[in-house]
Write a protein that binds this ligand. Structure first.
Ligand code: AAL
Length: 414
């Protein structure tokens, strides 16, 4: 049974790689219609056109452009940062925003707190339940992206009774029309396992602040799940509700097609473990103005996998890096409309909680914006720190000692 599920999931992934427009021409709808060309058979190394294995059938459904090229694939490595963002004992710095440049300096915002995590076993009124509990948003600047100076607090938790009085964290930056917008996660009240998480917004005419906070959250979880019983158990539900019925996380706003697309991660009440990991999916909410109101797309969820949001504009559409959870984890995807995403590459792994370099020429190559950026790493469960990452494209696969010739990509060899 399990095998059948996996095969059908992979078949669905292969089908997803078929462009809708090509469905009739290059992508046969049934195996009976599969009549591979001699060139396809030769390129894919298929022995007998009349004896196609399930894997060969899927391979024949792949998008031709993706098969011949390797444009979306990358491999990565991480490295330590210097200055104030180097690892500091007793301090949590995590979930870096994207980097922007202002007056010759890179800027980054991030979640910051101090002290170890107590967890949920004790007095949650006074304890710190997660590394991202009891946090505020801080920022740092750098001339070279490697050595950073912590500039101070940007956005603090709200006053007692406010929707963000417990923690503000996991922030993203958007620069638009001379204004700066920080969107971030919020928790208010008691941080128990059933607490709902929302998204807040702050704006300023300078990246150095001061920041004005929205009085109300700009995004909230869907209100259609039903908990079972009073006990603090996030898995006990009568009805799970939408993919984002419990938490809206990792917000990131992108100006797109004259509107503002707020991408986010949803967590569902009664979250299950499905094959490939936790039930995590992404959604989008769209507004006419940066401050909202943000209206959730009727097409949500727009991913079936993933974790932290990492999205960028490319070639008139939106690209998205899907990591950590779900059957399509470790894939790079692209949508022509910001909503309907297709897999473009499967990667070996990817940095988590990426802070993209928004100053990059993101149109140069599909993953140019990923050539270097920020990520975070767990030193221990209690303490995370911000690190750098760099990526490179894979153009060929050569053995040790082979004399390096002209750098010819697989695509160029056609
Ligand atoms: C991250 C993000 C959100 C979660 C926590 C802090 O990976 O998805 O930010 O709340 O973990």
């Amino acid at each position: 049974m399990k095998k059948i599920q996996l095969v059908s999931a992979l078949f669905a992934i292969a089908l997803a790689a078929c462009q809708p427009a090509k469905q009739t021409a290059d992508c046969p709808e049934s195996k009976e219609e599969m009549k591979p060309t001699a060139e396809q058979l030769d390129f894919l190394g298929i022995t007998n056109a009349d004896k196609l294995s399930a894997a060969s059938k899927r391979a024949l459904l792949w998008d031709e452009e993706l098969v011949r090229g390797n444009d979306w694939f990358f491999k990565y490595e991480t490295y330590d940062l210097k200055g104030d963002l180097a690892y500091e004992e007793g301090v949590v710095r995590r979930d870096p925003s994207a980097m922007i440049k202002h007056d010759g300096k890179y800027y980054v915002w991030y979640t910051k707190s101090t002290g170890p995590t107590d967890g949920f076993g004790g007095d949650i009124e006074n304890d710190k339940v997660f590394p991202w509990d009891r946090c505020d948003i801080w920022y740092a600047t750098s001339e070279d992206g490697l050595t950073w100076k912590e500039e101070g607090l940007a956005v603090a938790r709200g006053e007692k009774g406010a929707y963000d009085d417990r923690s503000v964290f996991t922030v993203e930056i958007m620069e638009h029309d001379g204004m700066y917008y920080l969107c971030y996660q919020t928790v208010g009240g008691l941080y128990n396992v059933r607490v709902k998480n929302q998204v807040g917004l702050a704006w300023s005419s300078s990246p150095n602040g001061p920041w004005t906070k929205s009085k109300e959250p700009i995004l909230s979880p869907a209100d259609n799940g039903v908990w079972k019983g009073e006990e603090q158990d996030r898995f006990a539900v009568i009805k799970k509700g939408d993919f984002d019925s419990h938490k809206v996380h990792d917000p990131c706003i992108i100006p797109y097609k004259g509107k503002f697309y707020l991408y986010y991660k949803g967590e569902q009440m009664g979250e299950a473990i499905t094959f490939g990991g936790r039930q995590i999916r992404h959604g989008v909410a769209i507004a006419d103005n940066p401050k909202g109101p943000y209206v959730k797309s009727e097409y949500n969820p727009i991913s079936n996998s993933g974790h932290e949001i990492c999205v960028w504009p490319y070639n008139g559409g939106i690209a998205s890096l899907i990591t950590t959870d779900g059957p399509e984890k470790n894939t790079v995807q692209w949508s022509p409309d910001g909503i309907n995403f297709e897999i473009k590459a499967v990667v070996k792994g990817a940095p988590h909680a990426i802070g993209l370099n928004r100053t990059a020429d993101n149109e140069k190559e599909p993953t140019e914006i990923l050539r270097w950026g920020l990520t975070h790493e767990y030193k221990t469960y209690d303490y995370q720190y911000i690190r750098g990452f760099r990526t490179e494209r894979m153009r060929k696969h050569t053995a040790k000692g082979v004399v390096k010739g002209k750098d010819v990509s697989v695509k160029d060899q056609k």
